[in-house]
Design a protein. Sequence first.
Length: 130
Amino acid sequence: MARHSLFKFWAASLATLSLFTPTDCTKLWPNAGALPGIIPAPCRAALTANITCSDFITAREIVNDVPINSQFLKTYCTTDCRRSLQTWATNVNTRCGNTIYNFTNATKQSGNDIAQPMLWAQNVACLAEP
């Protein structure tokens, strides 16, 4: 998938997060039913699991040097958020891996294509070791 399409998909997905999430945890999709049925149930369950971070910083924001509020980083760069994001990414890797799925008519990507950039963005934003 072209980088532009992936970032466009992420922008649309993350823009909707505030509609579905409480302030102390985040989901990329509200439930497994929000993802196409062609994606296996274990993968959909992993992708829709709660992540105990108040919000996310995207890889696109890091690459584009979008300024990040220091107050936000205090909640984003916590041990709980880091562990939760790592656990989520590990589960996505185990249950989805690198198999390419049709997320929308125009978006084809693997679970790892979603999870790994999020983990990388937190590593960079919080200056953490991978």
